[in-house]
Design a protein around this ligand. Structure first.
Ligand code: UD1
Length: 429
């Protein structure tokens, strides 16, 4: 297994470009299943392990998938195998995103039930109950969700809590259903909006994305599109923290600043100077160029993760590293997932003073960390360990970096270009 080795203490400078958003690309690639004729072309797709997984999944179903550089073209007209196997779903929970499209287009689907994961139980009951309300007959047997439907019909569905992939699954299913579906207490994440915009270009009739109530009037057929995926707000915010922990001063290009208000507000409160630059100062689909300048000591701030537009749970681990380097005590409360503090124990090995009490982590900033061998437990935890390594005295060796590769495109290369002393050791066996 690959390892990443970081020698901390080097100030980052220069410029870095944000890649396309994994969490927008995954549902958008899955949405190609809704199109019965022709080839869609998606650009700004990050070349990540999760993206290869969804491409493999679509190919095993019979779709023709052509991936080159950051473009993925998909022709799903020949899809005939309506199954997502355990082997694929266990490596990526987001495989559940094929359930809605398959049921809507073919009236049949078998998708392995995702198990628990490092950050919590993560059930899919809300995906299932929503599809049932749209007329699907669903049974869970031998670890698989088997769904059948004549043709899905519109329904008025109120989510118990806003689920991102649940909202996306039902939005895709409703696009080809008979009649109108209303999703209430829907997730408002920018990635949900990116999917809605793409679906609309395919001919779907969707209104209200970005608010808690989304209406979808089903149509009989969707057509192929050319669509550019939005930039990754979590990668951009992670890079901002990289500036913070290294006293850095660099430019982040294609930064979706208008979709990062909660995270940027907390980073600014901690003491980072974040400002859009140049003529490209107006936020657009491709983001803006943003300069981030940091100088320790930072101020401790409290954070509570929330569904969008609140502070993203996907930035909690990275923000905690910044708080290890701040002055004073910070309380970080995780409200979205029940077990998302695995990184705490690794950060403690690097000298961090963090105590977990229920859903809160109390960090007493000491201004320093010390390099150590550590192990990544999940995607965002692995990013936090790289950030900690950038700040630490001495060398940090991070193992299980396959987690990082699921969600950050060439992260160590991007950091290297900014001046970080970081390298990957590729396992030979
Ligand atoms: C998505 C993101 C992930 C992010 C998370 C929260 C993708 C591919 N992944 O995950 O990076 O951390 O949103 O922003 O976009 N829940 C239920 N029943 C369900 C569905 C969800 O109880 O049927 C609960 C979950 O356990 C969790 C909460 O709802 O506590 C939010 O989860 P959800 O928004 O569904 O996360 P994902 O879509 O899996």
């Amino acid at each position: 297994m690959d390892k990443i080795l970081v020698k901390g203490g080097h100030r980052l400078a220069g410029e870095v470009v944000v890649s396309g958003a994994k969490n927008a690309a995954l549902p958008i690639l899955a949405s190609s299943l809704l199109v019965s004729g022709g080839r869609s072309r998606f650009s700004n797709v990050p070349r990540l392990r999760d993206i290869s997984t969804i491409c493999t999944l679509l190919s095993t179903m019979g779709a023709k998938v052509y991936a080159h550089e950051e473009v993925v073209e998909i022709d799903a007209s020949g899809v005939s195998i309506l199954e997502a196997s355990y082997d694929l779903v266990k490596t990526m929970r987001a495989s559940i995103l094929v359930l809605g499209p398959l049921l809507a287009r073919f009236g049949e689907a078998s998708v392995s039930l995702p198990g628990g994961c490092a950050i919590g139980a993560r059930p899919v009951n809300l995906h299932i109950s929503g599809l049932e309300m749209m007329g699907a007959k669903i049974r869970v047997e031998h670890g698989y969700i088997h769904g059948q439907a004549q043709r899905l019909h519109g329904a008025d569905i109120t989510f118990d809590l806003p689920t991102v992939t649940g909202t996306e699954n039902l939005m895709m299913a409703a696009s080809l259903a008979r009649g109108t579906t209303v999703l209430r207490n829907a997730a408002r994440e920018p990635e949900v909006c990116d999917l809605a915009i793409c679906l609309r270009q395919m001919g779907a009739r969707i209104m209200g994305e970005g608010t808690a109530t989304i209406s979808i009037e089903g149509v009989d057929k969707l057509h192929p599109v050319e669509y550019e995926i939005m930039p990754d707000r979590i990668e951009a915010a992670t890079l901002m923290v990289a500036s913070g922990v290294t006293n850095g001063d660099f430019l982040i290009k294609n930064c979706p600043l208008d979709k990062m208000a909660a995270e940027v507000a907390k980073l600014q409160e901690a003491g980072l100077a974040i400002s859009p630059v140049g003529k490209n100062g107006e936020p657009g689909h491709n983001g803006v160029d943003v300069r981030v300048v940091s100088q320790r000591p930072f101020t401790s701030v409290d954070v509570k993760t929330m569904p969008y537009p609140g502070f993203a749970t996907d930035m909690q681990a990275q923000f905690m590293v910044l708080m290890c380097l701040a002055r004073g005590t910070s309380v970080i409360t995780e409200t979205v997932f029940e077990n998302r503090f695995m990184h705490v124990f690794e950060l403690q090995r690097m000298g961090a003073d963090i105590e977990v009490e229920g859903r809160s982590a109390i960090t007493k900033g000491s201004g320093k960390l010390s390099g150590a061998p550590v192990m990544a437990s999940d995607l965002r935890a692995s990013a936090s360990l790289v950030l900690a390594g950038l700040a630490a005295e001495g060398e940090t060796i991070i193992s299980r970096v396959y987690h990082l590769d699921r969600g950050y495109y060439q992260f160590e290369k991007k950091l290297q270009a900014l001046g970080a002393h970081i390298r990957r050791e590729t396992a030979t066996a």
